[in-house]
Design a protein. Structure first.
Length: 394
């Protein structure tokens, strides 16, 4: 999740929700330390409130994990946690129906009213709630001896014949302690009819990797369009609004970002994990992954897309490279530890394209982009400090 830099005024505005989140997190940690430390497999989950996201979760996330290839991998070694407001009726509904084929009831953690009262006051507050929940889940995974996967209610996972996303994830998890990857966001209005074409008689979704990726690419959400660097979706003028960039090859997208999705954090990494509340885990990867990490290849069979509607935020391109560099560096707190993530390509499968850049040309172009951002670092830091000084004088 790429965020704009926060001024002292912004931080003051967030003090109320930060206090409420801190109290909630400490309360849940006290409960955790009183529970048995046993578990196996993979822990994942997310906050969920509002009918739109409940419907989307059932239609896409749960439908794709219930595809037979994913279901076979997850049954008996998966724990799903939902964070819901105190006054919701979601727990009963999910427990009775949605996850019954997995042979489990989701673990339900309630979000205090003191937190939910703050949620509508800023567009950022939902991300602070999400980040607190993710931090708590990593602590839960570490306490139980489980791995962690960062999921969202609007994610769809591939299910190729013989091996779905999660079978491949478990296989790779035996070799790698940390697995990070990137996906793309599709506009629901255009993508949904094609996705429904892969719906099975039992309601599950079994979309092969390359077909899933291609649906996302052809219906790419407006949020991602300014970050596309070449090809038919490329917007010529200006520079990307964030450090997320995508390059179009012949039958793969080459995706780059300092904020990658942690698809797998091993039980050991979860047990050693610090807390970074209220930040989301993808925005604090160096804290959770002290060593190297693996980025899956297309052949590894780990493809996911996100489904969003037009209400999701989007940003215009920056008019100058200096503005782009300032956005990049301020978002990662001018910390060198994030740059290895921006240098690693996450390849994403699509159907063959009529025009494309070669892998070699993409590598050279992205390498030059990284070098230019490095060269601009000191000037970006100076501009950032001047911005802070100006905001304090207001």
């Amino acid at each position: 999740m790429a965020m704009t830099k926060l001024s002292p005024t912004d931080l003051q505005q967030f003090q109320a929700i930060f206090r409420a989140l801190d109290e909630w997190f400490k309360s849940e940690m006290r409960k955790l330390y009183r529970t048995p430390d046993k578990g196996q497999g993979l822990l994942m989950g997310f906050p969920i409130w509002g009918q739109k996201y409940l419907d989307r979760m059932l239609k896409y996330f749960i439908a794709s994990i219930l595809a037979k290839e994913n279901l076979a991998a997850l049954r008996g070694r998966c724990r799903i946690v939902f964070f819901v407001p105190e006054d919701t009726d979601i727990p009963l509904y999910l427990s009775q129906r949605a996850l019954k084929p997995l042979g489990l009831e989701p673990q339900i953690i309630t979000i205090p009213q003191s937190v939910m009262e703050e949620e509508p006051k800023s567009v950022m507050n939902k991300y602070w709630i999400l980040g607190t929940a993710q931090n708590l889940m990593i602590q839960m995974a570490g306490w139980s001896g489980m791995a962690f996967h960062m999921a969202q209610p609007d994610h769809i996972f591939n299910a190729d014949p013989g091996a779905g996303y999660f079978a491949n994830l478990f296989r790779l998890g035996e070799k790698h302690e940390a697995i990070c990857q990137l996906g793309i966001t599709a506009a629901e209005a255009g993508a949904a009819p094609e996705i429904d074409g892969w719906r099975q008689p039992d309601g599950s979704l079994a979309v092969p990797s390359r077909s899933l990726g291609d649906i996302g690419w052809r219906h790419l959400h407006k949020q991602m369009l300014p970050g596309i660097m070449n090809g038919p979706r490329h917007i010529p003028e200006g520079h990307p609004p964030t450090f997320w960039t995508g390059w179009q090859g012949r039958e793969e997208l080459h995706l780059y970002s300092c904020h990658m999705n942690p698809a797998w954090l091993s039980p050991r990494l979860c047990a050693l994990a610090p807390t970074r509340i209220p930040a989301t885990v993808d925005s604090e990867l160096p804290a959770f992954i002290p060593g190297d990490f693996y980025v899956p290849t297309v052949e590894d069979g780990l493809t996911f897309i996100e489904i969003s509607d037009d209400a999701k935020w989007d940003l215009p391109k920056h008019p100058t490279f200096e503005d782009f560099s300032l956005q990049c560096w301020s978002t990662i707190k001018f910390d060198d530890a994030y740059m290895p993530y921006f240098k690693r390509v996450s390849k994403f499968p699509i159907h063959p394209q009529g025009k494309w850049m070669t892998d070699e040309a993409i590598g050279i172009a992205h390498g030059e982009l990284v070098a230019n951002i490095w060269a601009e670092r000191d000037r970006s830091a100076l501009r950032f400090c001047r911005t802070l000084d100006a905001s304090r004088l207001k």
